[in-house]
Structure formats: structure tokens, C-alpha cells
Design a protein around this ligand. Structure first.
Ligand SMILES: Nc1ncnc2c1ncn2[C@@H]1O[C@H](COP(=O)(O)OP(=O)(O)OP(=O)(O)O)[C@@H](O)[C@H]1O
Ligand SMILES: [Mg+2]
Length: 252
């Protein structure tokens, strides 16, 4: 597979928006590298450009400057092998859970076998919810439906924008465990945007902190020891969360 850095690379990525009469810089000079089967967490204050960066990595938002390359090719349009789970689940309220799960694959013209569908639902513990509408699901169930829809596309890169926000701590940790289990069994990389320090340390082999002032990467925390559920209870986990908290306080 691709050697380190070739899977997903950004160079000098910048994004500005035109806000009334002025140009607003949101991202500037972002250099990122992610290997295949690696995972990255992105944290930073609200409004610092996390969602903007994720949309650029999805090929949905062209950068103003710099480049995004996926598997060695410039990314200039949405790519089949990249799945995105949006900040607020992105489920259609008028479609049932079952229809929502199937929708991503249907839109991309991908045939999903009943066996694969059943195995993803089992993996995420959402069997028996097919007939319910999103409003009838709990936050955690909605999140897993959104995750199922993305995983059914068998992405090589999964982009997650605050996927477990607004979910109680116990359910949230269960969902994080779910994601880690799926990650260790399947072949993909993921990038997770989160506001939650513990989540970033549990799920990111590298954690980048976006800096509101310079619009770039303010700090990088290497976290190679992640990858097991037991990590959450280890002293090193607490050391890393404390270190990350201290860094974040500098950038708030
Ligand atoms: N299409 C757009 N047009 C103009 N400004 C935009 C647009 N999209 C985002 N922005 C601005 O860019 C900045 C970054 O937005 P973004 O959604 O990336 O932040 P975020 O880090 O994801 O925040 P949060 O943590 O609250 O989700 C904000 O100031 C936002 O108003
Ligand atoms: Mg956001």
C-alpha cells in the first residue's frame, strides 16, 4: 500500500470566504499527511475551520490555495472512496432508518448485498430499527445509522465531523469503542473532528490543533499508543489528555 504520506496529503492548503466586502481567512498553510489505515483527530476552538478542512478533504470544497491529494492524485471533486459523516448526522428526516442507510450506496449506484447490509447493522448494533424515522431514534442510534450509511460504501477514507457530539458519556464511549473495533477490522483511514479532548486522545494516532489566530496547525500531538479500548484507563491516556488540554487553553 501507499508509503507514509501518500494516501492523503495537503500542501499549503488555504481557504478564504468572501464575507460582505471583506475576505475572511479561515485556513492557511495547512500541511497534512495521513497514511492508509491511520487515524487523525482534529481539534480546535469553534469557528476555527475544522468543518471547512474536512469538506476540503472530502473534495466538496475547493481550497483557495494549495492542494489536496488522495492516493497520489489531486482531489478536485467528491471521490467514491471517501465517505463523510456530517456534523448533524446528515440523515433525511422523511426517510426511515433503513432507507437512510441504503441511500448513500443507492446514490452512488453501488449494489449492496443483503448479507453485507445485515453485517454492517450487526456491527453497529442497529438491527431492528429499519422502520423508524430519524426523529424516533435516539442520538446514538442516529449516529450509528449515519455511520452505517458511510461504512456501506466501503470507504478507504472516512471523514467524521463531531460524530458523537450531544450524546451522553457512556453511549459516547461505547460508540468510540465501536468505531475503534470497526477500524481495527476493516481497511480504511479516518479523520475525526471533535471538541472532546478524551475522544481525540482515544481515537487519534496523531492529534492536530487548529489555531484560530494564524488559521493553521498550532500544535501536533503524537499519540502512537492509542488503538485499544484499555488505553482509556491507562496513566499515559491521562497524561496525553492533560497535555492536550494545556495546548488547547493556549489557543482558545
Ligand atoms: N460558506 C461559507 N461562507 C462564508 N463563511 C463561511 C462559510 N463556511 C464557513 N464559514 C466561516 O468559516 C469559519 C469556520 O467555519 P467552520 O464551520 O469550518 O468552523 P468549525 O471549526 O467547524 O466550527 P464548529 O466547531 O463550531 O463546528 C466560520 O467563521 C464560518 O462562519
Ligand atoms: Mg464544525
Amino acid at each position: 500500500m501507499a508509503s507514509s504520506g501518500e494516501f492523503l496529503v495537503t500542501r499549503g492548503l488555504g481557504k478564504t470566504f468572501q464575507d460582505e466586502n471583506r475576505t475572511k481567512t479561515v485556513l492557511s498553510g495547512i500541511d497534512l499527511e495521513l497514511s492508509f489505515r491511520d487515524c487523525l483527530a482534529i481539534v480546535g476552538p469553534s469557528g476555527c475551520g475544522k468543518t471547512t478542512l474536512l469538506l476540503a478533504l472530502a473534495g466538496l470544497l475547493p481550497p483557495t490555495t494549495g492542494t489536496v491529494a488522495f492516493q497520489g492524485h489531486p482531489l478536485s471533486a467528491p471521490e467514491r472512496k471517501i465517505a463523510l459523516v456530517l456534523q448533524h448526522y446528515g440523515l433525511f428526516p422523511w426517510k426511515t432508518a433503513g432507507a437512510n442507510i441504503a441511500l448513500g450506496a443507492r446514490l452512488q449506484g453501488i449494489e449492496i448485498s443483503a448479507k453485507k447490509l445485515a453485517s454492517v447493522k450487526k456491527e453497529l448494533d442497529i438491527e431492528g430499527l429499519d422502520h423508524l424515522y430519524p426523529a424516533q431514534l435516539s442520538g446514538g442510534q442516529r449516529q450509528r445509522v449515519a455511520l452505517a450509511r458511510a461504512l456501506l460504501l466501503s470507504p478507504l477514507l472516512l471523514l467524521l465531523d463531531e460524530p458523537f457530539a450531544a450524546i451522553d458519556t457512556v453511549t459516547r464511549e461505547r460508540l468510540q469503542n465501536n468505531l475503534l473495533a470497526v477500524f481495527s477490522q476493516r481497511k480504511f483511514s479516518f479523520v475525526i473532528v471533535t471538541h472532546n479532548i478524551e475522544e481525540a486522545v482515544f481515537l487519534g494516532r496523531r492529534i492536530i490543533v487548529l489555531d484560530n489566530k494564524n488559521h493553521g496547525i498550532g500544535a501536533v500531538v503524537e499519540n502512537p499508543e492509542m488503538g485499544s479500548i484499555e488505553y482509556r484507563g491507562k496513566p499515559l491516556f491521562f497524561e496525553r489528555t492533560t497535555a492536550l488540554r494545556n495546548i488547547l487553553e493556549e489557543f482558545e
